[in-house]
Design a protein around this ligand. Structure first.
Ligand SMILES: *Cc1c(COP(=O)(O)O)cnc(C)c1O
Length: 379
């Protein structure tokens, strides 16, 4: 895949934020923790910055890379994924509505529900397994923003981005895609017709479970983008300089980590598909997955490291497995180098009680399979 400057995405990532310092020869950027930026003798800002709540040099480096990776016109980096989502949702006027999947990252859904209750913004939920889900949920003159997530957390159902973009645009709405689980090394929503892309950079972008961050990228500048920028400026949801520096460091290996996680997750999924203690494996990379065809079309760089399994024996069995693994760490979140296992039902009630969510990292596939074997086996 190529970015806007016609460099491959892999090259863009490997050089993320990279430059050579003229004074020292340093090949990685310094950290600028300064909260304020001086003016010159004409009382003009010396550089592009005034105050840290607005932006700062390390944040701008992250944004430049994020913008090029998704092929957008501009990017904004926030201190968390949900801070980014909240800034975008703020741009929806009272009396207009948001359309979103009924199965999705539970935090985003909670935020949308709160918005609907407190700010007079409509919320219509659609079934992400229905190919006509978005089309039947949008209302011309009413829907302002369509928000999709694909693959959908934690069932990994796949929403067709190009079809969702057409349905949103026909109703006069914009399409925003939560592409956290499918970063630009595999999916580039703006190229498929979406207007905005969202990433919880806490996950694959950073990849080392040590930074919380969120990214928004827009296909075009305009009023909505200016408003989202103003919300960040006024509420201070901006990423900090140290976190921005760490995030860029993590991003340099995104392509390698994602490729490895995708390969291993597919091997794990294929292994568990035949396992007597597993009722079902939910992974878009499996031919048996209902979303496989669309996923193969729009996830061109791998199906990612996220899968869920339905454990035979119900809730108690699933809980037991989640406490028995020795390589998979029993913790929430996803997209890090270390594999995680989570009993989702303990966190949110909308999911099957026997569902375990696996975030496959970059360990040896054999160790991960053996770990699941021992956790699933025995009484
Ligand atoms: C984690 C996550 C979010 C929220 O991001 P934070 O960085 O935790 O605020 C949103 N969407 C998806 C798919 C996620 O996995």
């Amino acid at each position: 895949m190529k970015d806007q400057t016609d460099r491959s995405i892999e090259t863009e990532l490997a050089h993320a934020g990279g430059f050579t310092d003229r004074e020292t020869g340093a090949v990685v950027p310094p950290i600028h923790p300064s909260t304020t930026f001086a003016r010159d003798s004409d009382y003009e800002p010396v550089g592009d910055y005034l105050y840290i709540r607005d932006s700062s040099p390390n944040v701008a480096l992250v944004e430049g890379v994020a913008r090029r990776l998704d092929g957008g016109a501009a990017a904004l980096a926030f201190g968390s994924g949900l801070a980014a989502a909240a800034a975008l949702f703020e741009t929806v006027p009272a009396g207009r509505g948001i359309v979103a999947p009924e199965v999705m990252y539970h935090g985003t859904l909670a935020l949308l529900r709160r918005l609907a209750e407190t700010r007079g913004v409509g919320l219509t939920l659609f079934d992400p397994t229905d190919p006509d889900g978005v089309r039947s949920a949008v209302r011309e003159g009413e829907t302002d923003l369509v928000w999709i997530e694909t693959p959908v957390n934690p069932t990994w159902d796949v929403v067709d981005i190009a079809a969702a973009a057409r349905a949103a645009h026909e109703a006069g709405a914009v399409l925003a895609v939560d592409s956290t689980v499918a970063p630009p090394v595999t999916t580039r929503p703006l190229q498929l017709g979406a207007d905005l892309v969202f990433h919880s950079a806490t996950k694959y972008y950073n990849g080392h479970s040590d930074v919380g961050a969120g990214i928004l990228v827009t296909a075009t500048p305009g009023t909505r983008w200016d408003e989202a920028t103003a919300v960040r400026h006024l509420t201070g949801g901006v990423l900090g300089p140290f976190e921005a520096w760490l995030l860029l460091r993590g991003m340099r290996t995104l392509h390698l980590r994602y490729e490895r996680a995708s390969e291993t997750a597919l091997a794990v999924a294929r292994h568990l598909e035949r396992h007597a203690a597993v009722e079902a494996v939910l992974y878009p990379g499996l031919e048996s997955h209902p979303g496989h065809e669309v996923a193969a079309r729009q996830m061109t760089g791998g199906f990612g490291g996220m899968l869920s399994i339905l454990v035979a024996g119900g809730e108690a069995s699933a809980r037991r497995v989640a406490t028995r693994t020795r390589v998979f760490v029993p913790a929430t979140s996803l997209g890090g180098v270390e594999s995680l296992i989570e009993h989702r039902y303990a966190i949110e009630r909308g999911v099957a009680p026997n569902l375990l969510r696996l975030s496959v990292g970059i360990e040896a596939a054999g160790d991960l399979v053996a770990d699941l074997e021992q956790a699933l086996g025995g009484g």
